[in-house]
Design a protein around this ligand. Structure first.
Ligand code: HEC
Length: 149
């Protein structure tokens, strides 16, 4: 019994201490999606879906709900954002060449078709996308790919 109590205290202290470590945030002053949207031309509906479901992990600015401030959740989420942006960052769209842009949109169609994106850990808190929203995203991305043929 004593060791359980000790263990709990150690865990509690660790949880408190870990709060002092804050992962670096993805929070540019402005969410820079203009170049991407100008080129790929999402309609209002698609732009809304991208904003609500994708840009938190695929742009230079994340909106952080309160629970993402609490460690260890903050680390876990920070990692998703970092990795998501490494693969696909719309704020860096104009640094991609045409081949890369085309490939990213191709990946996007696949990820959305297979239900891989948005990440399930994200939709768990933000709500998932509907079948119609999926179809709208896919149709838009396929059309946008024609820019890079
Ligand atoms: C919670 C963070 C998060 C959200 C929200 C999110 N993604 Fe991702 N995305 C990732 C991570 C992490 C990866 C890389 C690992 C993987 O492929 O599973 C990724 C990979 C991708 C890739 C693959 C790029 C490549 O080159 O392989 C595409 C495309 C993509 N996401 C599109 C989207 C779209 C479209 C949405 C919205 C419908 C979205 N993502 C929402 C985190 C996220």
């Amino acid at each position: 019994m004593k060791t359980i109590k000790k263990g709990l205290i150690v865990l509690l202290v660790a949880l408190v201490l870990i709060q002092f470590y804050r992962p670096e945030k993805n929070n540019a002053e402005l969410r820079d999606v203009a170049a991407f949207e100008m080129e790929t031309k999402p309609n209002t509906e698609v732009a809304k879906i991208l904003k609500a479901q994708c840009y938190d992990c695929h742009s230079n600015k994340t909106t952080y709900p309160w629970y993402t401030e609490v460690a260890p959740v903050s680390f876990w989420i920070g990692h998703h954002i970092e990795e998501g942006n490494e693969h696909f960052n719309v704020s860096k769209w104009d640094t991609y060449n045409d081949k890369k842009k085309d490939h990213k949109l191709e990946e996007l169609v696949e990820e959305v078709e297979e239900g891989e994106m948005p990440l399930s850990s994200y939709t768990w808190m933000h709500g998932s996308i509907t079948q119609e929203e999926k179809e709208a995203l896919i149709a838009w991305a396929k059309k946008a790919r024609e820019n890079y043929k």
